[in-house]
Design a protein around this ligand. Structure first.
Ligand SMILES: [Zn+2]
Length: 190
């Protein structure tokens, strides 16, 4: 129940179940436009270079100052793959090769679907771009797990590290359950 006003005419909306539907929708009380709310897609990419993982440190909330797998909301007019490579370029100023699907993670509590790719650095040029203060390659044993930004990134990265030991990469679809009590202990603020 997030929407208050019509995106077409600005009049107030009311949540009602449209005829033939089974869920309340934001319906404009003037022009009767229905605004549907659907999950958002986030694209991300785990980047490997000579056995190390490239991570960026966030300069924005949520989780400012924490390390993260490059990720961001998908834009209209792009593919999931293009979204992931665009985020990598924007945040880490890096180019990729050998891009492959790695996992699909549903965060039902946030109405988000995260599509994770894996890739290698195309060349050794990288650095802090938008929303990033520092970019660094981490050997698996150097990854600062308690300074990673988000549970989904931790889940994906843990599987990646495990699978890179044998080189037998899989593609998985998983639900990420957010434990809000646990997040409080780690000072997650969102
Ligand atoms: Zn309207």
């Amino acid at each position: 129940m997030n929407i208050k006003f019509c995106n077409q005419c600005g009049h107030e909306v009311k949540y009602q179940v449209p005829e033939g539907d089974d869920k309340p929708r934001a319906i404009c009380q003037s022009c009767y436009t229905i605004q549907y709310e659907n999950p958002k897609i986030v694209n991300a990419c785990i980047i490997e270079h000579q056995g190390k993982i490239l991570l960026g440190k966030r300069t924005i909330e949520p989780r400012k100052g924490y390390w993260n797998v490059p990720a961001g909301f998908m834009e209209n007019g792009e593919s999931t793959r293009n979204g992931a490579t665009r985020e990598v370029k924007e945040e880490l100023l890096a180019d990729l090769k050998n891009i492959t699907l790695f996992g699909v993670y549903n965060i039902i509590q946030r109405n988000q679907v995260h599509v994770y790719f894996r890739a290698e650095l195309a060349h050794e040029n990288y650095g802090p771009g938008a929303e990033t203060s520092e970019v660094k390659l981490f050997a698996p044993e150097e990854i600062p797990w308690d300074q990673l930004a988000f549970p989904v990134g931790i889940t994906a990265l843990k599987r990646y590290i495990k699978e890179m030991q044998t080189g037998d990469f899989t593609i998985k679809e998983e639900d990420i359950i957010i434990d809000y009590e646990m997040l409080k202990q780690y000072n997650f603020n969102s």
